[in-house]
Design a protein around this ligand. Sequence first.
Ligand SMILES: [Zn+2]
Length: 331
Amino acid sequence: MYFTAIALVLVVRAGLRALARNTIGRVTLSDSPLGTLVLTAVSTTAYAFNDGKWQTPVSAMVCNFTKPTATDPSLLSHDEVETYFHEFGHVMHNLLTQSPIGYFSGTSVYRDFVEAPSQMLENWVWNADVLASLSGNVKDHSKKLPKDLLDRMIAAKNLDNGLKYSRQAFFALTDMRYHMEPTTNTTEVWHDGMKNIFGIAAADGTHEEGSFGHLFGYEAGYYSYLWSEVFAADMFSRFEKEGVMNPATGMAYREMVLAPGGTKEPIELLKTFLGREPNQEAFLHASYHYRKSRRTDDAPRARSICRSPDASASNTIRRARSNLSPTAIRW
Ligand SMILES: [Zn+2]
């Protein structure tokens, strides 16, 4: 009788847990006048520690998108839609967590992996079929974005990628140098970096580092934007192969990457989902794909940006530094 009661309690508890799990989570979308950036705020935990109850995740997106006018509804720019998808990548990361420990649930992953799911979801707004399914001419929804226009938008996005990524590498390395080397003159470090990475001397008397807001709060972690972008591109390559709306691929991504949260090392999540070691090929391909003449001589420098995510931040930084090309690391 005693064991039957225990079994019954366990069955009821499992049922309640399953019921709770049927509500995957809650998302709040609200308008804010504070800025154009969308903020995702999160509360995610799985089993409460004592009674075994499941707490469903809650995410909030606070947005400040284009307002409707007297004549038109709110018409989002492509850039705003991309931001929406980016932030929704964070929301999905939180919403689909299955971590049994709140501390490791959702976006509670290593800092240098947290932007991978968000940046990966951005890819969907550059896909003609996806855009056709969610947008159209405001007067006649059957009129879709012309393919030629989308191609030119993609070409414009990839224009001067070398400069864009040199800038990111410059910020990342300067950030690391400020945090890892005993430095007395921050301006000197900044100017050295400008000269060695861009080949352009900063103007005398300028102190641009004063406007580098990410120095605080990220603590030598600025590199993670570019670092995780490489993995975002690699993960998206599987969707490109199997179909961006393929439910089986989507479920695999959900179960293998999003659900575990921080309970597994990022490298393990990537290897499980990709079925191989991650690499930078998709990132390089995406960056160079739309150029008329692909300059393969540019590749080694971009390739040197990253390898794979590591268990500890210090190892990650050390590895990032050691993988940078000699010209990039010489200050
Ligand atoms: Zn983000």
